[in-house]
Design a protein around this ligand. Structure first.
Ligand SMILES: Nc1nc2c(ncn2[C@@H]2O[C@H](COP(=O)(O)OP(=O)(O)OP(=O)(O)O)[C@@H](O)[C@H]2O)c(=O)[nH]1
Length: 310
């Protein structure tokens, strides 16, 4: 099945996301790739939509943030784009105050995860506001750090406004926060497309029911159980799971019940409710350092043990 790439543009208010989007869309057009854009603005009014060429499918989410209040609507918009267009890639411009992992989380709804391939999180850092970030409220300072920490590529933008020495200092700070991210200094977010290619590993072991995006800094893993699962075995697995797995969500059916459950796990807390519908038993895992081979084996073993007669 063809998977549509998702590229998440993150970065604090005014860091240059729209400037970058305009430039990258022109380059995608030259490369004849089929692109769509989802733009999210915290305000009620669309400000940046004119920056997207008329022929590019565009969905706008206004007056809220896709990572919280608009997450349901966001899922619907992605599903609509997938249904209405034959696409290669969807760019998502987040609000300046969005947390990239929360956005990633919303993209990877169990219903959509198998159709999408999360390509990268690109964070724009405004060199000037980086130097002045200590003047911001603490939660915003933390957010900027989080946006840098989880990026695959960091565009250190507006370097025309700082000295070379300051640029080097910022690069050092950014590298200490995110040692594996690729730092690209930019002026008006101008980049060579080759700079945006991060090293991709082979997707080993991929088969029909498993999809892994390994090239991301944050890793995601999608697993489908073909049979109901023994609840006790699953709970033991959750307890033993490393805390580098931040999030699990999806559908599961336990052997003890006829019901499909909507399952959520967030930073150590599992939670499930009746899904109300019979769904494919697909779980999406999000975390740092997910070893997909090990995880796949553990989950397959749980499934095998679950179908053995007691
Ligand atoms: N001097 C300078 N200005 C820049 C650079 N990149 C962007 N700008 C300007 O910075 C301002 C903000 O850029 P945008 O691209 O709108 O930033 P944004 O991240 O989309 O902003 P929000 O949507 O408000 O979060 C605009 O006036 C840009 O022209 C740069 O490298 N140098």
């Amino acid at each position: 099945m063809k998977k549509v790439e998702i590229i998440i543009l993150s970065g604090f208010l005014g860091s240059g996301k729209t400037t970058f989007l305009q430039k990258i869309l022109a380059k995608e057009q030259q490369a004849e790739r089929k692109v769509a854009v989802i733009m999210n603005e915290v305000g009620k009014v669309s400000i940046d939509s004119d920056s997207v060429p008329k022929e590019t499918p565009l969905k706008e989410l206004l007056n809220g943030c896709v990572c919280c209040t608009l997450s349901g609507e966001f899922e619907i918009q992605i599903a609509e784009l997938l249904r209405e267009y034959d696409l290669d890639v969807i760019y998502i411009e987040t609000t300046g105050v969005a947390h990239p992992i929360e956005v990633l989380d919303t993209c990877l709804s169990p219903l959509l995860a198998e159709k999408l391939k999360i390509r990268s999180i690109i964070t724009l850092v405004d060199a000037v506001s980086w130097i002045n970030r200590k003047k911001l409220r603490i939660p915003l300072q933390r957010l900027i750090i989080e946006q840098v920490k989880h990026a695959d590529i960091i565009l250190l933008n507006k370097v025309d406004c700082v000295s070379k020495h300051t640029q080097n200092c910022i690069e050092e700070e950014v590298r200490s926060i995110n040692p594996s991210g690729k730092i690209v200094p930019t002026v008006f977010a101008e980049v060579n497309v080759n700079e945006l290619i991060t090293s991709e590993k082979l997707e080993n072991g991929e088969h029909e029911k498993v999809h892994v995006t390994q090239h991301l800094h944050i890793k995601t893993y999608v697993h489908t159980f073909l049979h109901p699962i023994n609840q006790k075995l699953f709970e033991e697995f959750l307890k033993a799971m490393p805390d580098t797995i931040y999030r699990i969500k999806g559908y599961i059916r336990f052997t003890e019940s006829e019901e499909t459950l909507l399952f959520q796990y967030s930073y150590g807390m599992p939670f499930h409710t009746k899904a109300g519908l019979k769904m494919k038993n697909t779980l999406v895992f999000i975390g740092d350092d997910i070893d997909h081979d090990i995880l796949q084996k553990i989950l397959n073993d749980i499934e095998k043990k679950s179908i053995l007669p007691i």
